[in-house]
Design a protein around this ligand. Structure first.
Ligand code: LLP
Length: 443
């Protein structure tokens, strides 16, 4: 289901014309469909509970994909937990109403402070990624007089066959504890009394579109879980991570029901573990677009170049991963017979700021709106202020209503966190000093 369809007012998000949002909020602007997020969550959660039972299933949305509080609140209302990777994400999740008891915390570099804050909040579980991290969690928990629930994130040495920058489960990747080191790590755990070992965790990568890598990794997790039980550890959980992909272009459509079946076969039938999932992209990716306005149509030497007001700092996926995002005019759908190949670029001063090359598009002119599709995941959250561009506002739509869920800050707000070092004086003094300097040179 796509929530973005055309009617006589052009491309709409649910029932709201994107042109109306662009008019009122300005461009570029991210627009999310609440119904699409809810539908994706329901389908994912229902498929799993149908195969595994509700008592055995915990869905923790990987909020790194899109951590806007509006999006989080919609998922919280559905009963979703959260997968967090920083103190900032913890605070957002709690602010959006996700209970700490449904929060899992993976990540290779948790600080002491982050560990303390998460313990204080009473999160469901840390997914620890190394022995030094386990020692740190133990030390912090001991100081606080509590026991930390911890699963061991395993690196299963499985290639998820996705883009190399988002593959996480190969032996050479920085993530997880080498499966072969498990005996050594559990031996050491016997001395770490402030850690309560809950089970195992794994995450092999993102935008995974084949079943086989999941099958390999999950089968391995079930084996290791049973080994832990044989060793006498009272474990009860396996966190199977996220990674289920979406269709950007022509990838095989990920089959949620097939994934749920695979989980039942590999892990549910072969262990007694409670199962946690960390889907990110799959829940929000296709629920968002980035709406941008054409600034110029430039005649390049090779082909026309469409210059839009969104840039790589707003949506970095094409520059960083050579990612392909569908692109559609907002006014009306293009017809096959009128398509012209164009490059689509942003205003940032480097060639990496290119969204698409030789993309067939209908005629477009300055002022026309276009929408980048599949921008709901890893879009707004990965934005930067490069070239002193302001953060893009975010809008959420439900039916025929929309709300700004993150406004565009003013330049003054952004500048207010910076200051000239004292030894350079205040800007006024600098100006005065420059003036004196100039007089001296010319005088
Ligand atoms: N769990 C862990 C431990 C993760 O590291 C990630 C993603 C997820 C779950 C969620 O994965 P998902 O279901 O969204 O595939 N910026 C990249 C994606 C980076 C993914 C990082 N980790 C992109 O734009 O493609």
């Amino acid at each position: 289901m796509t929530p973005f369809t055309y009617n006589d007012q052009g491309l709409c998000a649910e029932s709201v014309p994107l042109a109306e949002i662009a008019e009122q909020v300005g461009t570029p602007v991210y627009v999310y469909s609440q119904s699409a997020i809810e539908a994706a969550y329901d389908r994912f959660a229902n498929a799993l509970t149908a195969e595994l039972g509700a008592e055995r299933t915990l869905v923790c949305y990987a909020m790194k994909a899109n951590s806007n509080v509006g999006v989080l609140a919609a998922l919280a209302a559905r009963g979703a937990g959260a997968d967090i990777v920083s103190e900032g994400e913890l605070l957002r999740a709690l602010a959006a109403g996700i209970p700490a008891s449904r929060i899992v915390y993976p990540g290779v570099g948790k600080t002491r402070q982050e560990i303390a804050t998460a313990l204080q909040a009473g999160i469901h579980q840390f997914n620890a990624e190394s022995l030094p991290e386990l020692e740190q969690i133990d030390a912090v928990a001991r100081e606080m007089g509590v026991r930390a629930p911890v699963a061991l994130r395993i690196n299963p040495n499985v290639d998820a066959r996705t883009h190399h920058k988002i593959t996480t489960g190969r032996a050479e990747d920085k993530f997880g504890i080498d499966a072969d080191a498990l005996p050594e790590v559990t031996e050491r755990l016997r001395q770490l009394d402030a850690i309560q070992l809950t089970g195992l965790a794994v995450h092999i990568g993102s935008q995974v579109t084949e079943e086989e890598p999941f099958r390999q990794a999950y089968t391995r997790m079930a084996e290791l879980y049973r080994w832990l039980q044989d060793e006498g550890w009272p474990v009860s959980r396996i966190d199977l991570g996220g990674g289920l992909g979406i269709v950007y272009r022509n990838e095989p459509a990920p089959d949620v029901e097939g994934y749920a079946r695979l989980v039942r076969e590999t892990v549910a039938e072969t262990t007694d573990a409670q199962l946690t999932f960390e889907p990110g992209r799959h829940l929000v990716g296709n629920a968002g677009v980035l709406v941008t306005r054409t600034l110029y149509l430039k005649q390049g030497r090779v082909r026309p170049i469409l210059v839009v007001d969104a840039a790589m700092n707003d949506l970095i996926r094409p520059a960083l991963y050579e990612a392909w995002h569908d692109l559609k005019p907002v006014a009306r759908e293009g017809r096959e017979d009128e398509l012209v190949q164009m490059d689509v670029v942003g205003p940032v001063c480097e060639s990496a700021d290119t969204f698409a090359r030789a993309r067939p598009l209908p005629p477009l002119k300055a002022g026309d709106l276009v929408a980048f599709f599949s921008a709901g995941a890893y879009g707004a959250v990965m934005a930067s202020g490069y070239n002193s561009r302001l953060p893009v506002p975010e809008v959420m739509v439900q039916g025929d209503q929309f709300a700004i869920v993150r406004r565009r800050p003013t330049f003054q707000e952004v500048l207010s966190t910076e200051q000239v070092p004292g030894w350079l004086g205040r800007p006024a003094d600098v100006e005065a000093a420059d003036a004196t300097e100039d007089t001296r040179k010319t005088g």
